[in-house]
Design a protein around this ligand. Structure first.
Ligand SMILES: NC(=O)c1ccc[n+]([C@@H]2O[C@H](COP(=O)([O-])OP(=O)(O)OC[C@H]3O[C@@H](n4cnc5c(N)ncnc54)[C@H](OP(=O)(O)O)[C@@H]3O)[C@@H](O)[C@H]2O)c1
Length: 265
């Protein structure tokens, strides 16, 4: 049985993925906010736990999908009933050693960082194993998270940098789209037209790229010499857009480290 603790944004996204791979009877969900559970599909086969104890006792794999600030309470709840189940945590900044110490036994932990497109089964998920988790545990976690997108296994020291790139990445892309839309408004397009242009440009460009593509080569395919794209790109370069992006990512990475330290010390 796979148990999910916390059925907010991410817990629900995961549940959607899990239900396409696991039989409903093999998934057990729990949230301290009962209204979140009642919002889930009115499906008699989907099992809802009454309390944390029930999830821990009935699950061989436990996914913790609560906010980082709520994790201590959850780990305290798990501690008394822990019988060597696999614990998978998606809480940002919470290290595997923090969970191992909080539960106090040789806890099998996998730390995972998905991103928001999990909602449409297109998450990019980073996974890292703790010291007591086995390669088979990692494989199991990968199987679960493949149900909501693609996975990358990393050493734990890379999970915060991954958070700065793919975890926060959708937010950067949405912001760039907003800026493009704002520019379209300045050129005289209506709000609907601007949104239509940006949305479809993004969808088309997104479908054009493949995993193996070199992004700069794609840029060159759009930017003909002395043309319109080149003119805009030269301005980006003059203003050192690449450096701005790099500095912003460094800030996000530093913040991930800070949050990690603040929560776990
Ligand atoms: N959202 C993202 O894009 C994203 C991406 C990657 C990773 N994550 C990670 O995913 C985790 C969940 O994020 P989210 O956005 O899904 O949060 P969320 O929407 O707030 O969902 C968390 C749920 O857990 C419940 N909860 C809190 N304490 C609990 C407890 N002791 N036992 C059972 N349930 C409890 C919360 O109830 P209350 O509302 O009553 O507190 C809430 O329903 C976070 O740790 C976050 O770092 C999120």
């Amino acid at each position: 049985m796979v148990g999910i603790i916390g059925c907010g944004n991410m817990g629900r996204a995961l549940l959607g993925g899990l239900l396409s791979n696991y039989r409903k009877e093999r998934v057990l969900v729990y949230d301290k906010d009962r209204s979140k559970l009642s919002k889930l599909k009115k499906d008699s086969l989907l099992r809802k736990a009454k309390n944390l104890e029930e999830v821990v006792n009935k699950s061989s794999t436990i996914i913790i999908a609560v906010k980082p600030q709520d994790i201590r309470e959850v780990l305290e709840g798990i501690r008394g009933f822990y019988r060597n189940q696999l614990i998978i945590s998606i809480a940002a900044g919470i290290t595997t050693s923090f969970i191992e110490k909080a539960i106090g036994k040789k806890t099998r932990v996998i730390r995972v960082m998905p991103n928001l497109p999990a909602k449409v089964k297109r998450s990019v998920t980073g996974l890292s194993k703790g010291r007591y988790a086995s390669l088979a545990d990692l494989k199991k976690a990968k199987r679960i998270f493949k149900s909501i997108g693609s996975c990358l296994v990393l050493k734990e020291k890379y999970i915060n940098p991954l958070t700065a790139i793919s975890g926060s990445g959708p937010g950067y892309i949405f912001y760039f789209l907003y800026c493009l839309e704002d520019s379209a408004l300045s050129l005289g397009f209506s709000k609907e037209e601007a949104h239509f242009l940006v949305f479809n440009t993004f969808k088309g460009a997104g479908e054009l790229i493949s995993e193996k593509d070199d992004f700069l080569e794609l840029v060159e395919k759009v930017a003909s010499r002395r043309g319109t794209t080149e003119k805009a790109l030269l301005y980006f370069k003059k203003k050192n857009f690449k450096r701005i992006v790099k500095e912003a990512i460094e800030k996000a990475n530093k913040r991930a480290e800070e949050l990690s330290k603040r929560i776990t010390t």
